[in-house]
Write a protein that binds this ligand. Structure first.
Ligand SMILES: [Zn+2]
Length: 268
């Protein structure tokens, strides 16, 4: 079943829409004086569709684009919104500048030609407004807090907190409907970063992929990632073999193998 959904208002004036491919979330946070779009899908063509869908929402004109991280399914549509400030972490800007083009080429290699043409034609847009630890966007009657809470899914995941709405947009730090993606992850740091996200006290959590969720799901994902990290620690210390790790892991084998590989290169 395709994941494409209508806009869903998950909290006061926060709308989420799920899109295929990748069941990726695009979120709009609106205030009286502006609105921000968080994540942009994978190409100019896909983002143009988002722009059309935005016309159905009772919101002021967009005032900013926010990118949760440098993975192209979240950020490669940003070029469809010229003239708007683009917010992201310093690490997101650095990653897009240093290996964005290479990432796009790798991405394109796995696509059918018609989709590859769209992706290749989509410019990389590194954030021109960056967050080191925290920044605030003023939307009139409410503020949106952009936070970097530590390493996890990548070394630069941005969390979007809307305190007045009790809502957090977690990017790929939280994943619903599929295992967390550890390809560029920090398995030992991720659980503590999720702990800091939980400490924001949000009732509504929008993951990077899959349906909106809440605090209990995040707690479970944190515990599973902590379990995985402990298994990786044992494997690195020679106290548990790879097969035993795969057997005990709360995640599928492919996810666990990625975690073991990343644990070996990111161990503190
Ligand atoms: Zn990602």
């Amino acid at each position: 079943m395709p994941a494409v959904t209508a806009w869903q208002e998950v909290a006061d004036r926060i709308w989420v829409r799920r899109y295929d491919p990748y069941d990726v979330n695009v979120t709009v946070v609106a205030g009286t004086d502006g609105a921000v779009l968080v994540d942009t899908r994978t190409s100019l063509a896909e983002a143009a569709e988002v722009r059309e869908h935005l016309a159905a929402l009772p919101i002021p004109p967009l005032s900013a684009i926010v990118l949760t991280h440098h993975h192209l399914d979240h950020c490669l549509g940003a070029g469809a919104f010229p003239g708007l400030p683009v917010w992201g972490t310093e690490g997101c800007r650095a990653a897009l500048r240093s290996h964005g083009i290479e990432q796009r080429e790798r991405w394109v290699a796995d696509l059918p030609e018609d989709e590859a043409v769209d992706v290749r034609a989509s410019p990389l847009v590194p954030p021109d407004h960056t967050v080191r630890e925290q920044a605030e966007l003023d939307l009139g009657d409410r503020r949106v807090v952009l936070c970097y809470l530590g390493r996890g899914h990548t070394d630069h995941d941005l969390v979007v907190h809307v305190p007045a709405a009790g809502t957090v947009l977690a990017g790929d730090l939280v994943e619903v409907g599929a295992p967390p993606d550890l390809e560029e992850a920090y398995p030992f740091a991720w659980p503590a970063t999720l702990g800091r996200l939980e400490a924001l006290g949000a009732d509504t959590v929008v993951p990077g992929h899959g349906g909106p969720t809440g605090a209990a799901f995040v707690a479970t994902q944190r515990e599973e990632l902590a379990h995985l990290a402990a298994l990786c620690r044992e494997a690195l210390g020679g106290r548990r073999g790879p097969d035993a790790v795969l057997h005990a892991s709360p995640f599928p084998a492919a996810t666990t193998r990625l975690a073991l590989a990343r644990a070996a290169v990111t161990a503190a």
